[in-house]
Design a protein around this ligand. Sequence first.
Ligand code: CP
Length: 344
Amino acid sequence: MFLRDELGHLRPSGLFLRGVRTVRLHHVVEAQEFNRGMLEELFAIAGEMERAVWEGGSKLLDDKIMASLFYEESTRTRFSFETAMHRLGGSVISTENARQFSSVSKGETLEDTIRIMNGYADVIVMRHYESGAARRAADVSRVPIINAGDGTGQHPTQAFLDLYTIQKELGHLDDLEIAVVGDLANGRTVRSLCYLLAKYRNVRIHLVAPEVVRMRQDIKDYLARHDVWFQEETNLRVIARTVDVVYQTRIQKERFGDRADDYRAAQGVYVIDRDLVESMKPASIVMHPLPRVDEITVEVDSDRRAAYFRQAQNGLYIRMALLAGCLGKDLEPLITEARTTSNG
Ligand code: CP
């Protein structure tokens, strides 16, 4: 599906779909609602979207409006969703700080805001500071709700792009050995990622976290129920030598409230530096949902194994695929556009 160009970048190498016309989605709230078949279709469509972007975009969603409703800060998720909509010819209505600049500041409930937005937009992409907020929104929404991160709950679209990145970079999702590192208690990205990894065969997960932010029991129970091998570890330098993926995360200062001592105990415990990366297998990768603070030193960025900026780029293609799926679009026009372009 992908070829490396002369600069070593992965490029889509042709039509992916082979009969996949769309993936039909409605709300996207929790990662575990997706099965392997849906993920394969989503990744095939993301490959098509990647090609469409390279060829100048598409008009697939030119009759659709996306609302981006963000109650928490974001760089990648908000901008990539908005770019995704623009690249597909759609329109965007947006508030960059819904807590301050929407009527929630006057006391409006989330449910009422969603009911109102249903009259304006065809799909709502929402980030919220409370775990479970996306489910509450979906429960009252006629139009699709896409969870762009809800507190310490989940971040399913990040997990989709994470798997898509692993598939592209390593060529497989089964038989994977991965270390997830850092703030596993508060990190919604690693929670969603664990739910998805559990769908693949022979996956081994090392959970490497400072004592105060160890993975919560619900995820460990889920992995155990699904017969996924996992182990809590402390020595990242040893684990890093054998795994296929080191998935680093930021210690999320904003989740600690007045527990400053706990934050200090977690901060700086696991740092990925050049020495650590050079000890990793040549074909392995370092991932991070970003933003980073100092948990990956900048000298690592130039190593081929540093996949985190490519990972963020993949978010655009996955989110284009999700929007097409949520808006019920058949991809035939996209394929026709591709054929027209390739025929000159
Ligand atoms: N990975 C991620 O969710 O980044 P943002 O917070 O910048 O959207």
